[in-house]
Design a protein around this ligand. Structure first.
Ligand code: SF4
Ligand code: SF4
Length: 598
């Protein structure tokens, strides 16, 4: 109910009324925000109504005397004007209510940024149309990859940077002679199943763009992968039958396999094949820089630029597996790993006495306690945070990050902590393939679980910890991506010489896991689905989407997916996934283990 405010009787409303020495409020009722006012209250009966923008009180010095006197005032915020659905995004696992973020993103994405990202996507579709049949162009390819990558969850929240990208894309389209525009409003509207299929392909493309970008900065490209971005974007902007959509999605899945292969070759060709490595989590006294994200090249350049400066480098989140690469681990000041997965950054970075460099996702809204220590680079951006621009020949200048580390001084004491293991990528595992195969044949290893994928903030992800804890002692657990932090601290023993939990790397290294599965199927002369191997995956954002589509395109069945199913998968599309691929939501660790092992 509206609360009437006790005001003296109103004088005639006139802008020429004399101003009292001490200004008196002319507000006659409470609340006054449009969305909150009870419109049946007495103050709205037969009244003179003033509808004010939320900034009026600040913009006009005597708004009370000049406009409000004798009137019932209501104010409209910008979001009110945009109505309930001021944005729409359902691309990640933490989407609001499991349906879609429609007022503001759970990730912190504001409606203006969401609208800009939709505009950017529409501009990319138009560019792909304009490029149809035209010769390839590296600069244009980079724009396409960057543009898609920038819309991945927790990557770019900077409207100005996104707007600049849109302008570049539009200029590139004009250079090609233009093409029919795509209406961004059509991206997520229309028939539910079509929206679901269109979104699945688009979100897969966004994820693949991140992988392709990491490969590209290390000089690895494949024209079929790059070309598929254009094909996929044109497909997103066109109409198709359900069967055609499914065909496109499967073709995309196989293209992403090739993309992950070139990324694997880029990383291992540049930094060597990862080797099993014990990673310190001890915080050493002195200045330091924390590096998070996924970009190995940024880490390498930072290591080179900090050499001999008395600054230690710590990995965070998905950078943990970098310690396994020979060409990175040879730097003695790559000291160890700090913290856990991305969703804990606001707690872990709070008052950190050192800067943090974000090389890719996942950036969360930085708290004021550490915002001045955050640096972004590449496509990552948060308004107000320092940004390290691209440099000549791909070499960035990290001087501002280095200066910040020296200025902050780092930890004042050394704090010991338990190490973590990483580096069990495909060559490390296949190097002992004979022993693994022998152990499976002898019954020492009864089952292999791939327990991996993204971590996240929503409740329910302790499922993966419980799964590992409750898994029988004669089972081996392969893990990758930041979901590993749910299990990599567990001491669940060994099977022969192998720790029962083997960390295969970043989400970027899913190729490794696929190669191990294929190698095992060859050794046992059976299909991957016939192996004593089960995939228990967690997803959060679009890179997980493209990996999942690759696994499905390879015919991998009975994947368990959690902690919740994607909001963009409609019931009809889910039925197809269940019938064709046996995909299942995770339930409880106990029930799933029983269902798998009997
Ligand atoms: S990325 Fe996720 S949390 Fe952010 S707006 Fe989209 S669905 Fe919401
Ligand atoms: S695994 Fe997924 S959620 Fe985790 S850091 Fe990588 S992209 Fe982000």
């Amino acid at each position: 109910m509206a609360r009437a405010l006790n005001r003296p009787p109103a004088a005639a409303a006139t802008t020429s009324a004399p101003q009292p020495a001490t200004a008196t409020s002319e507000l006659r009722q409470w609340p006054c925000q449009i969305k909150l006012v009870p419109v049946n209250a007495a103050c709205f009966g037969n009244c003179q109504l003033l509808v004010a923008a939320d900034c009026t009180a600040f913009a006009h010095a005597d708004v009370h005397a000049a406009y409000m006197r004798g009137k019932t005032t209501i104010i409209g915020t910008r979001r009110d004007e945009m109505n309930e659905t001021s944005m729409f995004c359902f691309q990640c696992e933490q989407t609001a209510g499991g349906k879609g973020c429609s007022r503001v993103g759970v990730c912190g994405k504001q409606p203006d940024v969401a609208a800009r990202q939709d505009e950017l996507t529409a501009a990319l579709i138009q560019l792909a149309r304009a490029a149809d049949g035209k010769p390839a162009d590296v600069k244009r390819d980079e724009l396409v990859m960057e543009g898609l990558f920038a819309t991945v969850t927790n990557v770019n929240f900077d409207n100005a940077r996104l707007a600049a990208m849109v302008q570049q894309i539009k200029a590139a389209t004009q250079q090609l002679g233009g093409a029919q525009a795509f209406d961004p409003a059509k991206l997520f509207h229309g028939d539910t199943d079509v929206v679901s299929l269109r979104s699945t392909l688009l979100l897969g493309l966004r994820g693949m763009a991140a992988y392709a970008w990491h490969a590209h900065v290390l000089g690895q490209d494949d024209p079929n992968v790059t070309g598929w971005f254009y094909k996929g974007l044109r497909a997103v902007g066109a109409d198709h039958t359900v069967d055609e959509w499914l065909g496109l999605i499967m073709e995309f899945g196989l293209t992403n396999l090739r993309c992950m292969e070139i990324l694997d070759h880029a990383n291992t060709g540049t930094y060597g094949h990862p080797v099993p490595t014990s990673v310190s989590t001890t915080r050493e006294k002195g200045p330091f820089i924390v590096v998070t994200g996924h970009d190995l090249l940024d880490l390498k350049h930072l290591l080179e630029q900090t050499e001999g400066k008395g600054i230690n480098i710590y990995t965070h989140g998905e950078m943990l597996p970098c310690h396994g690469y020979p060409e990175l681990k040879k730097h003695a000041h790559l000291k160890g790993n700090f913290g856990t997965a991305w969703q804990n950054q606001q707690k872990e970075f709070d008052n950190l006495p050192g800067p943090v460099l974000f090389t890719t996702n996942c950036i969360m809204p930085p708290k004021t306690s550490y915002m001045d220590r955050i640096f972004t680079t590449s496509v990552v951006a948060w308004p107000g945070c320092g940004h390290i621009p691209d440099g000549p020949k791909g070499r960035k200048d990290f001087t501002p990050v280095i200066q910040k580390a020296l200025q902050l001084g780092g930890w004042t004491t050394t704090t010991e902590s338990k190490p973590l293991m990483t580096g069990f990528a495909r060559t490390a595992v296949m190097g002992v393939a004979d022993q693994v195969i022998g152990a499976i044949k002898a019954g020492a290893i009864k089952h292999i679980f791939l327990v991996g994928g993204c971590d996240g903030a929503k409740p329910g992800r302790n499922y993966y910890t419980e799964f590992a804890e409750k898994s029988p002692k004669d089972t081996l657990l392969l893990t990758l991506a930041c979901g590993k932090y749910r299990i990599n601290h567990l001491d669940i023993g060994k099977i022969g010489p192998f720790p029962r939990i083997l960390d295969m790397g970043q989400c970027n290294d899913a190729y490794s896991a696929i190669q191990v599965a294929v190698a095992l199927s060859k050794a046992f002369n059976c299909g991957v689905n016939d192996l004593p191997l089960s995939m228990i995956l967690s997803w959060y954002e679009q890179k997980a989407v493209c990996i999942l589509l690759t696994l499905l395109a390879l015919g991998i069945k009975n994947i368990r997916l959690g902690p919740t199913l994607p909001a963009f998968v409609s019931p009809t599309v889910l039925n197809v996934l269940v019938e064709k691929f046996g995909i299942k939501p995770t339930t409880t660790a106990e029930a799933d283990l029983k269902a798998i092992l009997g």
